[in-house]
Design a protein around this ligand. Structure first.
Ligand code: SF4
Ligand code: SF4
Ligand code: FES
Length: 242
């Protein structure tokens, strides 16, 4: 290898760093890390506000500011990459207040939903919630569907909601979206979708103890085998590692 190409390779391999601020203190971290990994890189041991690390559980919503920008941004710490000059401050997860209800005592209609969530009528159709959603859901459309009493559309539009609360954080009407969407999906599932025959049959089989022996044998096999069986299953493929 010539001296020049060796120098080029060395330059290529040189790691780039950015400076982020955590509680006002500057830290140099590798460029390309997520906020979550950057916090671990500088020594934080994350025991709260962290879950799946893959953008699915909604546990890691984080607020930050960018360099020379006064706005507050919100994003999933496991998915958002650090930027030079980013400022991070820890705020404990504070979901909107959730009203108590028993799903068996509710009806799948707007009147019932409004009794629990009167804020819904304050929506000004600004679409900020949609722009804030890391799952790219049509959040405002779901809220508007609910206001028309269209529970099916609202439930289907929010099927992939991960309950992170980014939408509520930005909403000028202070609408507690995650709880409303959870309610709407429960109503949809309980009262509007056809009952699953397979599920009923399987529950009966479980109650009669049909799978006890099989489950006992599986328990004895241990985590290595469970992991292998899980990773080799035919449906909903998503590998788990150690
Ligand atoms: S951010 Fe709030 S007010 Fe704006 S569209 Fe969404 S729900 Fe409505
Ligand atoms: S709808 Fe709201 S709570 Fe659900 S994933 Fe999107 S931003 Fe998060
Ligand atoms: S840790 Fe689960 S969404 Fe970030």
């Amino acid at each position: 290898m010539s001296l020049m190409s060796a120098q080029k390779t060395a330059t290529k391999k040189k790691e780039e760093y950015v400076t982020i601020y955590v509680f006002g203190k500057p830290y140099k971290v590798l460029k390309g890390l997520t906020i979550q990994k950057a916090l671990e890189y500088i020594g934080y041991r994350l025991t709260r506000g962290v879950g799946c690390r893959k953008g699915f559980c909604g546990a890691c919503l984080t607020i930050y500011r960018k360099k020379d920008d006064f706005r507050l941004y919100a994003g999933l710490a496991c998915q958002t990459e650090v930027e030079d000059g980013m400022q991070l401050t820890n705020i404990y997860f504070s979901p909107p207040k959730k009203p108590k209800y028993r799903i068996e005592e509710l009806k799948p209609d707007l009147t019932e939903i409004l009794k629990l969530f009167p804020e819904l009528t304050r929506c000004v159709a600004c679409n900020t919630c949609t722009k804030a959603c890391p799952q790219e859901l049509q959040v405002m459309d779901a809220i508007q569907a609910m206001l028309r009493g269209d529970i099916r559309t609202a439930a289907e539009l929010t099927f992939d909601c991960i309950m992170c609360g980014a939408c509520s954080l930005r909403c000028p009407a202070e609408i507690p979206h995650p709880w409303i969407f959870m309610l709407v999906r429960r109503l949809y599932g309980k009262y509007m979708l056809p009952k699953s025959k397979h599920l009923e049959e399987r529950l009966k089989e479980l109650e009669t103890g049909k799978y006890h022996r099989e489950i006992d044998e599986l328990i004895k096999k241990g985590p290595e085998v469970w992991r292998k069986l899980y990773n080799e299953r035919k449906i909903e493929k998503r590998e788990i590692r150690r």
